[in-house]
Design a protein around this ligand. Structure first.
Ligand SMILES: Cc1cc2nc3c(=O)[nH]c(=O)nc-3n(C[C@H](O)[C@H](O)[C@H](O)COP(=O)(O)OP(=O)(O)OC[C@H]3O[C@@H](n4cnc5c(N)ncnc54)[C@H](O)[C@@H]3O)c2cc1C
Length: 370
C-alpha cells in the first residue's frame, strides 16, 4: 500500500503499543493500557471487518463451571486449583460488569442449568452426590451455596427429571457487549484498523517491526491477542477449535429462560429475544472441527436440529433462522496463556470456551505486564 505522509504520520508512526486482535481480550487490553498510560499511542490491528474469531460469535453465557465439569476437574486437579479456576471466572465477570455496566451488555442473571440425558444416570448420580462437597468448596467464591437440584420445569424431553442448576450463572447480549467495548476503547483514543492481517514480526532494538498484508510499522511493544489463530504467529500450544451455532426464529410464548448445558457441556443453549440459540456438537468430529476456517458441517448441524426437535422443543413448532460458526483457541489445559515472550512481546491467548468470563481479566493482565 502506498501511504501518504499524512496517513503514515497520523496512524502508523510513534506507536507505543500494537495489539493484534480486537476480540474481548485485545479490547480490554487496549482499554486498561489507555488507563495505565493515558498519553500512549495504542493501535489495534484486526483482520476482520468486525472482530472475526470468537468474541462476536459466541453464545453469551456468563458461566463459571457446570457441576459435571467441576466433578471432572476434581479428578485431576487439586481442590485449590479448581476453586481458583472458578474464582477467576467469577471475578472476570465482575470486572466486565464493572467496566461496561450491566445495561450496556444486557446482563441478566436467570441462572444456569445442567441437563443430563436419560442414559447419563450414573453421571447425574455422581454429580448429585457431590453437590454439598462442591458447594462447600466454592462457598468462599460465591458467598453462598451455588448449586441445587431443580425439577424439569421447562419440560425438556429425553433427560433426567432433575437438572443441577447454578443460581449465579447469567447471560449477556454478545453483540451489545462487543459494541460497547469497541466504543469504550475508541473513546479512550485507541485506533482500530480493520481488514489488516498481521503476517509476521521481527524484534529489534527497543521495539518490534510488524508486517501486515497492507503495510509495515514499528511499535515499541507488540501484544498478540489472536486466541484460536495464535499458532499462525507464535510458537505456543494453542489449537483452533471451531464451534457451530444456530438460532431459531422467534417462538411465541417461549417459557424457557436461562443458560443450559447438556451432555457434559458438549451442547449449550439459551433464550434470547424469544428464540433459542443452540451450539455444540464438536465432540461428533473433533478432527474436522480442529480448524481456523469458518463453516458448518451437515453432521453437526443435523445433530443440533435433532437436539432441538427431540430434547429442547419437543412440543413446539420452530424454524431455524440463521447458522454460523466461531473459532476458539484450546489446548491441553483450561488455563489461558498470558505471558511475556520477550522484552517487547506479550501474548494473551487460548481462552477456551470461557472467554466472556475471563476475557477482561486476561486483557487487564496483559496491560499490567506491559
Ligand atoms: C460458538 C462459540 C460459543 C461460545 N460461547 C461462549 C459462552 O457462552 N461463554 C463464554 O464465556 N465463552 C464462549 N465462547 C468462547 C469465547 O467467545 C472466547 O473464549 C473469547 O471470545 C475469546 O476472546 P479473544 O479476544 O481471546 O479471541 P477472539 O475473539 O477470537 O479474538 C481474536 C481476534 O484476533 C483476530 N486475528 C487473528 N489473527 C489475526 C492476525 N494475524 N492479524 C490481525 N487480526 C487477527 C481475529 O480476527 C479475532 O477478531 C464461545 C466461542 C464460540 C466460538
Amino acid at each position: 500500500m502506498n501511504l501518504s505522509y499524512w496517513e503514515y504520520k497520523t496512524w502508523l508512526s510513534n506507536i507505543d503499543f500494537t495489539i493484534v486482535g480486537s476480540g474481548i481480550v485485545g479490547l480490554n487490553c487496549a482499554y486498561y493500557l489507555s488507563r495505565k498510560y493515558p498519553k500512549a499511542k495504542i493501535l489495534i490491528l484486526e483482520k476482520g471487518i468486525l472482530p472475526q474469531g470468537a468474541s462476536t460469535k459466541n453464545a453469551g453465557f456468563a458461566c463459571f463451571g457446570s457441576i459435571s465439569e467441576i466433578v471432572s476437574d476434581l479428578k485431576t486437579d487439586s481442590q485449590e486449583d479448581v476453586q481458583q479456576l472458578v474464582r477467576s471466572r467469577w471475578e472476570g465477570i465482575q470486572l466486565l460488569r464493572a467496566t461496561l455496566g450491566d445495561t450496556k451488555m444486557d446482563f441478566q442473571q436467570h441462572g444456569g442449568h445442567e441437563l443430563f440425558l436419560k442414559e447419563q444416570t450414573e453421571l447425574f448420580n455422581d454429580c448429585a452426590e457431590s453437590l454439598s462437597e462442591i458447594n462447600n468448596l466454592l462457598r468462599p467464591v460465591y458467598g453462598e451455596d451455588a448449586y441445587y437440584l431443580h425439577p424439569n420445569l421447562f419440560n425438556f424431553n429425553k433427560i433426567n427429571n432433575q437438572y443441577i442448576s447454578s443460581r449465579f450463572e447469567g447471560q449477556i447480549n454478545t453483540g451489545a457487549m462487543m459494541n460497547s467495548l469497541l466504543s469504550l476503547v475508541v473513546n479512550a483514543g485507541v485506533q482500530i484498523l480493520n481488514s489488516i492481517t498481521v503476517t509476521s514480526f521481527d524484534e529489534n532494538h527497543g521495539g518490534v517491526k510488524v508486517y501486515t498484508n497492507q503495510f509495515e510499522l514499528d511499535t515499541r511493544k507488540l501484544i498478540i491477542a489472536t486466541n484460536g489463530f495464535a499458532a499462525q504467529l507464535l510458537d505456543e500450544e494453542v489449537k483452533p477449535a471451531r464451534a457451530q451455532v444456530l438460532i431459531t426464529k422467534p417462538i411465541g410464548k417461549l417459557e424457557i429462560k436461562g443458560t443450559f448445558h447438556l451432555d457434559e457441556g458438549f451442547y449449550y443453549f439459551r433464550n434470547i429475544d424469544s428464540r433459542i440459540l443452540l451450539g455444540g456438537g464438536r465432540n461428533l468430529d473433533f478432527k474436522t472441527e480442529e480448524t481456523s476456517e469458518f463453516g458448518q458441517t451437515e453432521l453437526i448441524q443435523n445433530r443440533l436440529d435433532s437436539m432441538l426437535r427431540e430434547v429442547i422443543l419437543p412440543h413446539t413448532d420452530f424454524e431455524i433462522e440463521h447458522r454460523w460458526s466461531g473459532i476458539m483457541g484450546v489446548g491441553q489445559t483450561k488455563r489461558p496463556i498470558v505471558k511475556q515472550l520477550s522484552e517487547n512481546l506479550i501474548c494473551g491467548v487460548r481462552l477456551g470456551g470461557m472467554g466472556i468470563a475471563i476475557g477482561s481479566l486476561v486483557g487487564k493482565e496483559l496491560a499490567d505486564l506491559s
